[in-house]
Design a protein around this ligand. Structure first.
Ligand code: NAD
Ligand code: TYD
Length: 337
């Protein structure tokens, strides 16, 4: 029999891609998704996931009774925690919910692991816990030993959760792993993040808001490569270890925006430079040596291919993101079977 996995936050961007990846890769696994369907969760995203090995549960990971009852009932082999508030700009406007979901929610899941003897817990974290790197030092990269040094309430909440995960491992022996990934892109990403936002604006001939000069650098990873890394870590990664996930795909924001405009056939005059984000991290860049050496993970999708696939997906799925822009997606509550 295949594993029984609790996927938290599976109606969001990476969690849903993980569900589809795992359904393709391990059709015998049972996947139970718990998601609170915040503004970032969208049940339409999971329309194609419904099958006998899939269950959706509407619920908040900070709801201890609900999480414990679910774990008691389902007897999970593994929890993969994607559920989070994930947008830096929103964390600047309203940090509190970030602390609640990202830190206290993680604690509830860790407690559930201990109480119900769940044999593995995986925390999906971010390279943003390392802070940023200077633009004039392209020789520097984040390794797993780079000190935690956060910039935004979002990254501070993710770093706090990571510390809690490692503390549970040391104190209670909870069997944990952590992945810290660079910026993802691909299908089903909410159109508030750079790439889907710029694609949707370009298609609508609206101004593309680039923060500051657009010279900040992000290390882009196609979402399926991240899902593959998580699958490999939960199977063969060492308990108690952190793995950085990224693929030497560094681009300035302005390069990304120009690539999108060119691919869609729109004019660069749509680019509008707007006020910079407060505390804006300059550069993220991952050194993936550990995951390559220990687990033989490597990204399969080059940026040029991945961005073309992503643009094509947004062109072919206008209904998905237009329902988000109109707010219609929030009324959809069909949990299937
Ligand atoms: P997302 O915002 O698209 O999705 C988050 C999902 O979590 C949504 O479906 C939302 O409804 C759900 N959720 C939020 N609060 C919840 C709660 N209290 N209980 C249950 N569900 C809740 O985020 P994403 O981009 O898919 O990111 C997933 C994870 O990966 C996050 O932990 C994020 O920190 C991490 N990460 C993201 C990136 C990236 O580039 N997007 C990079 C590295 C790491
Ligand atoms: P984002 O997708 O929010 O991810 P993160 O801040 O977690 O890296 O932003 C990616 C980069 O794009 C970041 O440097 C901020 C910039 N950005 C813009 O210039 N304009 C925008 O409208 C957004 C959302 C982001």
């Amino acid at each position: 029999m295949g594993k029984n996995i609790l996927v938290t936050g599976g109606a969001g961007f990476i969690g849903s891609n993980y569900i589809y990846y795992m359904q393709r890769k391990h059709p015998d696994y049972r996947l139970v998704c718990i998601d609170a369907l915040t503004y970032a969760g969208n049940l339409h995203t999971l329309d194609n996931a419904a099958n006998g090995n899939f269950r959706f549960v509407l619920g908040d990971i900070t709801d201890r009774d609900l999480v414990f009852n679910l774990c008691k009932e389902e007897k999970f082999d593994l929890i993969v925690n994607f559920a989070a508030e994930s947008h830096v700009d929103r964390s600047i406007e309203n940090p509190e919910i970030f602390l609640k979901t990202n830190i206290l929610g993680t604690q509830v899941l860790l407690d559930a692991c201990n109480k119900f003897d769940i044999s593995r817990y995986h925390q999906v974290s971010t390279d943003e816990v390392y802070g940023d790197l200077p633009l004039d030092r392209p020789d520097l990269f984040f390794t797993e030993n780079t000190p935690i040094h956060t910039s935004s309430p979002y990254s501070a909440s993710k770093a706090s959760a990571d510390l809690l995960v490692m503390a549970y491992h040391r104190t209670f022996g909870t069997p944990v792993t952590i992945s810290r990934c660079s910026n993802n892109y691909g299908p089903y990403q909410f159109p508030e993040k750079l790439i889907p936002l710029m694609i949707s604006k370009a298609l609508a001939d609206e101004p593309l808001p680039v923060y500051g000069e657009g010279l900040n650098v992000r290390d882009w990873l196609y979402v399926d490569d991240h899902c593959k890394a998580i699958d490999m870590i939960t199977q063969n990664g060492k308990i108690g270890e952190v793995y950085n996930v990224g693929g030497h795909n560094e681009k300035t924001n302005i390069e990304v925006v120009r690539t999108i405009l060119k691919a869609i056939g729109k004019d660069e005059s749509l680019i509008t430079h707007v006020k910079d984000r407060p505390g804006h991290d300059r550069r993220y860049a991952i050194d993936p040596t550990k995951i390559k050496t220990e687990l033989d993970w490597e990204p399969e999708t080059k940026f040029n291919d991945g961005i073309a696939l992503t643009i094509e997906w947004y062109l072919n799925n206008t209904e998905w993101w237009q329902k988000i822009l109109s707010g219609e997606y929030r009324e959809y509550r069909n949990f299937g079977g």
